[in-house]
Design a protein around this ligand. Structure first.
Ligand SMILES: [Zn+2]
Ligand SMILES: [Zn+2]
Length: 263
């Protein structure tokens, strides 16, 4: 089953639309853009600069979460929170501390970043990773991590077959490469095909993912620190459940990273 997942991840989708689009997904080049300028996926402007999907202005519009945030779950603090030196702990972590030691996200799940993730996930365009990679490189340039293994939150096999690639896998792979950490995808398996978290309210999100994963190859997890990666952190229920299973398998520390944090 695992090798199948790998094969599917390597496979380039054959559902990419026109020949030109397929060619662009596979061999994106600035020269091609010069002759056939494509509209920016976010603002529709014809792109003369920028990347394979976004114009330069939309690329610049993506903002990183930097100032005060909850030191456990990473949720940005209210702007009225004035003492940035004091460690901020949000209400939700105060009442129910998460299983993971800390969670961080690159940006807020809105605007251009939200659109990029949407194109990657539902537009089935793995080429979007070419826009995401430079963001990850900037984000991690001053956030080094040592002695961690990178594990993506897995999709259910059925969903993987529909989508033909796994966005968290692709993001995790890049994160591992950038941080120069080992990639460890074969330690979690999604055993239950859960409903999309976005369609549920908070209590149902918790219920929805409870028991959704099981651990595989526990000896690979034991006493190791894991950086668990997902595309979007909505309530944190999915990453928290993944962390719970990894801790059951005797993982040491579990940190969570997501590309975007829902607000
Ligand atoms: Zn644009
Ligand atoms: Zn928190």
């Amino acid at each position: 089953m695992i090798s199948m997942r790998k094969v599917i991840n390597l496979k380039i989708s054959h559902k990419l639309g026109s020949q030109l689009q397929f060619f662009k997904e596979k061999f994106y080049s600035k020269a091609l853009d010069f002759f056939f300028p494509q509209p920016c996926v976010y603002c529709d402007a014809k792109r003369i600069s920028g990347g394979p999907y976004l114009c330069g202005m939309c690329q610049d519009a993506i903002q990183f979460i930097s100032s005060s945030y909850c030191y456990l779950c990473g949720i940005p603090a209210n702007l009225s929170y004035e003492d940035s030196k004091e460690k901020f702990l949000c209400g939700s972590c105060r009442t129910k501390p998460p299983v993971f030691e800390k969670a961080r996200s690159l940006g807020i799940h809105q605007g251009v970043l939200r659109k990029l993730i949407h194109e990657l996930k539902y537009g089935m365009r793995p080429g979007v990773m070419k826009e995401i990679q430079p963001l990850l490189e900037i984000y991690f340039s001053n956030r080094k991590l040592k002695d961690f293994y990178v594990t993506p939150i897995p999709l259910h096999l059925k969903k993987l077959e529909q989508r033909e690639f796994d966005q968290a896998y692709l993001i995790g792979q890049k994160v591992a490469e950038i941080l120069d950490l080992a990639f460890l995808p074969e330690v979690l398996e999604r055993t239950v095909e859960t409903q999309p978290q976005a369609s549920l309210n908070k209590p149902n999100r918790l219920k929805n993912v409870r028991g959704a994963f099981r651990s595989l190859n526990e000896e690979k997890v034991q006493s190791r620190n894991i950086l668990l990666v997902d595309d979007v952190f909505t309530t944190g229920a999915t990453l928290n459940e993944g962390a719970r299973i990894l801790k059951q398998a005797k993982a040491n520390r579990v940190y969570a990273f997501s590309l975007a944090r829902a607000n």
